[in-house]
Write a protein that binds this ligand. Structure first.
Ligand code: SAM
Length: 282
């Protein structure tokens, strides 16, 4: 069945494209790209390479952060005239730290149908392979560059117990890790690098270790940060037996050394004291 609607008004298809590996595009996305009248792309040259790879030839229109206003109006006009349009970004899912929000809001206002064509998204793939809690998470995207706003954002997320997800560019990684350590403390972080590409890698370390490695880490990066321990929970932990306290952190995925350090911190005692209690524990 043909997906493209035949009504007078067009549909805007939000099409996810690969984040590295060109095989990561769905059959549906390929079909929609073949069937639409126009493709709005963050960088037309970049998208042209993908289209050439897929042997698709379509009119392209640029739609990026700096022309979003003007181009939104043009796209809405085309959609109202019955054009079927696909929106793509350079990589992954449009609207996720990429242009898309403006035209999507406007389509809703104008009652123009919008249809997502799901596919790659760096944050979801980094999260699912992180080994950290995936039940609840907060996606932050890029931290603000402005120092004050950045500090405010970090203060805001400091006490969340949910897993946090950040995007970062490699040349800003060290600064970001230092800011994180200063405000949210030395947490466990999974650094997911070059997802779906040849050098895909996950580094699971505490922030201080990652700071030491930061200069060597190149490529595209997602940081998955362990949520904090709830204050109320901290008090509850003190009511547990030492054994239960140990098992609580074991279930959270901490290793023996980390558990002993954390218990000593919670109970405000020397970590050797705790170590002695668990000396025979593997
Ligand atoms: N829309 C994209 C998505 O769906 O994930 C995100 C675009 S945002 C401008 C670019 C950021 O996404 C990069 O700086 C990096 O943090 C992350 N990213 C994109 N591709 C990635 C990859 N292959 N591996 C790791 N991170 C990636």
């Amino acid at each position: 069945m043909k997906e493209i609607n035949q009504k007078e008004i067009g549909t805007l298809y939000i099409v996810a494209t690969p984040i590295g590996n060109l095989e990561d595009i769905t059959l549906r996305a390929i079909r929609v790209l073949k069937e639409v009248d126009l493709i709005a792309a963050e960088d037309t040259r970049h998208t042209l390479k993908l289209l050439n790879h897929l042997e698709i030839s379509k009119p392209l229109m640029s739609y990026h952060r700096h022309n979003e206003d003007v181009k939104t109006d043009i796209l809405i006009k085309e959609l109202k005239q019955g054009k079927q349009i696909a929106l793509v970004s350079d990589a992954g899912t449009p609207g996720i730290c990429d242009p898309g929000e403006e035209v999507i809001k406007k389509c809703i206002e104008e009652e123009i149908p919008i249809v997502p064509i799901p596919g790659a998204c760096a944050m979801i793939n980094a999260l699912i392979c992180s080994g950290l809690d995936t039940k609840e998470f907060v996606f932050i995207g890029f931290l603000p560059l402005n120092k004050k706003n950045r500090k405010e954002k970090l203060e805001e997320i400091k006490n969340t117990t949910k897993t946090m997800i950040l995007y970062e560019a490699p040349h800003k990684l060290e600064t970001t890790l230092k800011d994180l350590k200063q405000i949210i403390g030395n947490r466990k972080v999974v650094l997911a690098r070059e997802l779906t590409k040849v050098h895909e890698e996950y580094i699971r370390e505490n922030i201080d270790i990652l700071i030491e490695k930061a200069k060597e880490l190149k490529g595209e990066i997602v940081l998955i940060i362990e949520g904090g321990v709830e204050k109320k929970e901290e008090n509850d932990l003190l009511k547990l037996s030492l054994q239960d306290h140990y098992e609580y952190y074991e279930e959270k995925g901490l290793n023996k050394k980390e558990i002993i350090k954390q218990i000593a911190k919670d109970r405000n005692v020397n970590k050797n004291e705790i170590y002695q209690q668990f000396i025979n524990k593997k």
